[in-house]
Design a protein around this ligand. Structure first.
Ligand code: AN0
Ligand code: CP
Length: 316
């Protein structure tokens, strides 16, 4: 694997999950692979899990790891070509990227959607510039349209907890005070569409995700109906994708907050969320604290998905 930005880069998904579960049993077995190799993690946005789990994954593989927070200590970067740089940005990303590439063997990039220009976001302008100009393998740590390390960890978690061969998995929108990217639900849909699960998406009208991620998935606008007999509930807030509302909040309806009322119609479903989560907006205290909540083991699996991906990259 050269670069990792979406589910297709993993190859055979079932095989990838199987190998990831093997890594989990013995995560230090490949310590020789990363000797004298350097992992650079570049963050344009905040992170807790991705930062820690990806660094840990690199260390498990024997790599040296460097973390760069672009907005804390690095020069502010201009990202548009052709701009007369007389403003507040002293460096252009077209120099910064190849320079970063000089100091490492693998680069992880976190660059969220900016919600200023839909084409700029959905063309994955930032991470594609890293792929084009760094000269090094690049993997997504949440880019504008996807968060595949998260979705891979989610799939590993579902594999570990499922009680039936083909569980019903429901992705539900939930309210949030700020406009959030579609990256997490996009990637979750992308992975679930490839996995052996009965996948349903539920959200208020207007929150339809891009066709390239939803593909044939069932969309049910009645949240209670969607939750019936579910084995896994995956909650996430996102801002509108469809024009003319791209990046906007269309609903703050807290009847969509996941609570005991909706969980009651499921098949004693597990509750999942990528975190960070706003309690009593996305999910009530009692649901996230219930024995059915698997948000912590889900987060723990981020180390495993990252290690699988970095291992595949450095094995080449
Ligand atoms: C981000 C998002 O919704 O994409 C990161 C989630 C992993 N969440 C926030 O910005 C709160
Ligand atoms: N789930 C996730 O990616 O969390 P962070 O934003 O804290 O990295």
């Amino acid at each position: 694997m050269k670069h990792f930005t979406n589910v297709k880069d993993l190859g055979n998904l079932q095989q990838a999950v199987k190998e990831a579960l093997e890594i989990k049993k013995n995560r230090f077995a490949y310590k020789h692979l990363g000797e004298n190799k350097t992992l650079l993690m570049v963050f344009f946005n905040s992170s807790l899990r991705t930062r820690l789990s990806t660094q840990k994954a690199g260390m498990n593989l024997g790599m040296n790891t460097i973390v760069l927070d672009i907005n804390q200590g690095a020069w502010k970067l201009e990202t548009e070509r052709g701009v007369i740089m007389d403003g507040d940005k002293p460096e252009h990303i077209l120099e910064a990227i190849p320079v970063m590439g000089c100091y490492c063997d693998v680069i992880g990039v976190r660059a969220f959607a900016q919600f200023e220009d839909k084409a700029y976001d959905y063309n994955e302008t930032i991470i594609n510039q890293f792929i084009k100009h760094s000269g090094k393998p690049v993997f997504s740590m949440e880019a504008a349209t996807g968060h595949p390390l998260q979705a891979f960890a989610d799939l590993i978690t579902i594999e570990e907890y499922k009680k039936t061969k083909r569980p019903k998995v429901v992705l539900t929108w939930a309210p949030h005070p700020r406009a959030l990217p579609q990256a997490v639900p996009n990637s979750f849909a992308d992975f679930m569409n490839e996995a052996d699960v009965d996948f349903v998406i539920t959200h208020p009208k207007g929150y339809e995700l891009a066709d390239e991620f939803v593909r044939g998935a069932r969309v049910e606008y009645d949240q209670m109906k969607a939750f019936e007999n579910a084995d896994f509930i995956y909650a996430k807030s996102w801002a509108a994708y469809q024009d003319p509302n791209y990046g906007k909040i269309l609903s703050t309806d807290r009847s969509w907050t996941v609570s005991a009322r909706q969980m009651a119609v499921t098949r004693n479903a597990y509750f999942m969320h990528c975190l960070p989560v706003r309690r009593n907006m996305i999910v009530t205290d009692d649901v996230i604290e219930s024995p059915q909540s698997i948000v912590i083991p889900e987060a723990a699996n981020r180390e495993i998905s990252a290690q699988w991906v970095i291992k595949k990259i450095i094995e080449q």
